[in-house]
Design a protein around this ligand. Structure first.
Ligand SMILES: [Zn+2]
Length: 692
């Protein structure tokens, strides 16, 4: 990360810069030689982008947006927010600082001297909220700025603010049991070094992964090298399904998710009062080397006890709550409980705006209800984001409110669905009761009531609101052209939007301008006014992802989509654990159906080091694969190692390498092999979102 203030290469663009012309969809990558082209289109690329979905908070590759000032309407709204709640919230700030030992400064760099993490990047977040940030979000940003090493309880410490999530250390009989290992090897190594500097040297005697999201395991190899973990037989404990979910969860949709994540995490935004100030969960995500330790002990029972380095743990699986594979655990001897990410000091996501399958609110609330029993004896609960909660009564209150917030959103959305309201009407209507809303730890800093209500609707009823006009509505450009015509031309539409903007009706301004920009992406007046509307909506937002979405939308209206997608080579250590089948599934989903409609091909894929071979068949515009011996009727046979396959998947090996490497061999028709790979699409992960 580079601090957006000061003399960074990302110095602010002059405000008078004309907006860039609308970008076009990326040009096709040459069809062959394929590996160079394969990489971006492949499942490897998808997997990389997927795991990168939360890895994007590195420096912005282009300059910041032209950041306007907050309008009076926004400032009035902020004043109302500040008046309605005590945002100074001394008890919570005391919790966030409790047990503080020391704070790091400076930067964490990778082997190539690239800055992976900057402890000073958010130093501007201090004092009163600026007019361009919702004061409630500012409070969360201030709380997440409480960075450093903290003593949680006897034998428990946390490192916060070294990455998006927390790294927790629990003192075992012989060393440290590490709970979650951050996103990147670089940041986790920095966290461990910082802990040792202040707590003395102890070996790692256990690793616990609470769930399958990359911000909780990606830095595993910075905590302990895989060889050492193996040699010393260090237990690596994870919930049921962890390895599958961690390595494969987003392989299929990675490109789209990665692109949308740029919006959600504001990775292209400056870090300042007109840019990104927080993610709601933590400051940002580190963008370094991602790896994984395969679990040696999987918790596969709903409740399971395990002694790790002399300390008794009681695990409870909570699959399908915040992650498909997740557990929480008690440490009875220490009267402590870890709520993983099922609990946090925010309303979490039932639907993640970067795009994901929706989560089950009812299950989530149910697990939280169960947790009231697990924590009956606890004196502290610590979670893998944010700060702990101490004291039986406060723990009970905290969990109860988390539970009831999800339950309320679920039950009331269902009630309103059954009363005939659509998802947008429910989002507009639903509000938490004061007994929940007044507690800031369930506010929508990450998820929001509005988009979570839509998630519940989607979970049960899907995308269709049952209105026939919406069954086959015109797509954006077609609709936009007609609305512009109806309005009496683009200028008239923009004039109406300007009126709405001046009245503080930014949502309506954006709705109108959306049609103008869809109808004509070169309409710079419409683009600029929509950018300004998005800015004001971003400034209004209490949710960090909402803010980041709006502000990134504004940036892209002015500058266009990014030139590059996400780098892919950082994930090789993790992808080694991904089964070949996941890559092939994603490869099948990159087959260009119309192009392949009349093609019949069979390709043998032989992994010389895995003792595995697959037959890939293309017919009827689809690709099937089967793990089996090479087929005699195949057009071509490609023999390679998994290591080489991964290099291709992550763009490190090109055509030259394929043809000359000692790790590959091509049999049969090279031309047919080329034809096959030419059928696979090559998304670059830079597609436009606010324009078409
Ligand atoms: Zn997390």
């Amino acid at each position: 990360m580079i601090h957006p203030e000061g003399n960074s290469p990302m110095a602010r663009a002059p405000e008078a810069d004309p907006p860039t012309p609308p970008s076009h969809r990326p040009a096709a990558v040459p069809a062959f030689p394929w590996p160079a082209g394969l990489a971006p289109r492949s499942s490897g690329a998808a997997a990389v982008a997927a795991a990168c979905a939360v890895l994007l908070a590195a420096c912005s590759p282009q300059g910041p947006a032209a950041g306007g000032d907050a309008t009076p309407a926004v400032q009035q709204a902020h004043a109302a927010v500040a008046k309605a709640a005590d945002l100074s919230d001394p008890a919570t700030f005391a919790d966030a600082r409790r047990g503080f030992i020391a704070a790091p400064t400076g930067q964490v760099k990778d082997a190539g001297n690239q800055v992976i993490w900057d402890f000073d990047a958010f130093a501007f977040v201090q004092g009163a909220a600026p007019p361009t940030v919702n004061p409630s979000l500012w409070r969360q940003a201030l709380l997440n700025n409480q960075v450093g090493l903290f003593k949680v309880a006897d034998r428990i410490w946390q490192l916060r603010g070294f990455d998006l999530a927390n790294l927790t250390l629990i003192e075992g009989k012989t060393g440290w049991i590490v709970v979650d290992t951050l996103t990147a090897r670089e940041t986790s190594a920095a966290a461990m070094a910082f802990a040792r500097q202040h707590l003395g040297h102890k070996p790692v005697s256990g690793v616990i992964f609470t769930h399958s999201h990359v911000d909780h395991f990606g830095g595993a190899l910075g905590v302990i090298p895989a060889e050492e973990a193996r040699a010393r037989q260090v237990p690596v404990v994870a919930p049921a399904g962890f390895l599958d979910e961690a390595t494969s969860e987003n392989v299929m949709m990675g490109v789209a998710m990665g692109r949308r994540a740029m919006f959600m995490y504001g990775s292209r935004l400056p870090r300042d009062a007109k840019g990104t100030v927080d993610t709601g969960l933590g400051k940002a995500v580190a963008f370094g080397q991602v790896g994984l330790l395969a679990p040696t002990q999987v918790i596969d029972q709903p409740r399971q006890e395990l002694v790790i380095d002399g300390l008794r743990f009681v695990f409870h699986n909570v699959p399908g709550s915040e992650a498909p594979s997740e557990f929480v655990f008690e440490i009875p001897e220490l009267k402590a409980f870890c709520g993983a990410e099922m609990m946090s000091h925010t309303l979490h996501n039932l639907y993640t705006l970067r795009g994901a399958k929706v989560r089950d609110a009812l299950k989530w609330a149910g697990y939280l209800d169960d947790s009231l029993q697990y924590t009956a004896q606890a004196e502290v609960i610590f979670n893998q984001h944010h700060w702990p909660v101490w004291g039986a009564e406060r723990i009970r209150g905290f969990i109860t409110r988390q539970r009831d917030t999800y339950k309320y959103i679920h039950d009331q959305t269902v009630r309103l669905m059954n009363a005939g309201l659509t998802s947008s009407e429910i989002a507009e209507t639903l509000q938490l009761p004061a007994s929940l809303h007044n507690h800031l730890n369930v506010r929508g800093y990450y998820g929001t009531v509005r988009h979570n209500a839509r998630a519940v609707y989607q979970h049960y009823l899907g995308w269709f609101d049952a209105h026939p006009a919406n069954l086959d509505a015109l797509p954006p450009v077609e609709a936009g052209r007609r609305y512009v015509e109806l309005a009496g031309g683009a200028d008239a539409l923009v004039a109406a939007a300007r009126k709405a903007y001046d009245a503080g009706d930014f949502r309506w301004a954006a709705e109108l301008l959306k049609h103008a920009v869809h109808a004509d992406g070169k309409n710079t007046a419409a683009r600029e006014l929509m950018a300004r509307s998005f800015e004001q909506m971003g400034y209004l937002a209490e949710s960090a992802p909402w803010r980041n979405f709006y502000l990134t939308g504004a940036l892209e209206l002015r500058q266009g989509p990014p030139e590059k997608g996400i780098p892919r080579d950082i994930l090789v250590d993790m992808l080694q654990h991904t089964p070949i089948e996941r890559f092939l599934e994603a490869m099948a989903a990159s087959l260009n159906g119309p192009k392949a409609a009349d093609v019949t091909l069979a390709i043998n894929l032989v992994f010389s080091d895995l003792n595995q071979s697959f037959v890939l068949r293309v017919e009827n515009g689809v690709m099937h694969f089967r793990r089996q011996a090479p087929a005699a009727d195949a057009n071509a046979t490609l023999t390679l190692t998994k290591a080489f396959f991964l290099k291709m998947m992550t763009g490190q090996a090109g055509a030259q390498a394929l043809l000359t490497s000692s790790e590959t061999r091509i049999g049969g028709s090279t031309i047919d092999l080329a034809r096959f790979f030419a059928l696979l699409d090559k998304p670059t992960g830079t597609f436009p979102i606010v324009t078409r």
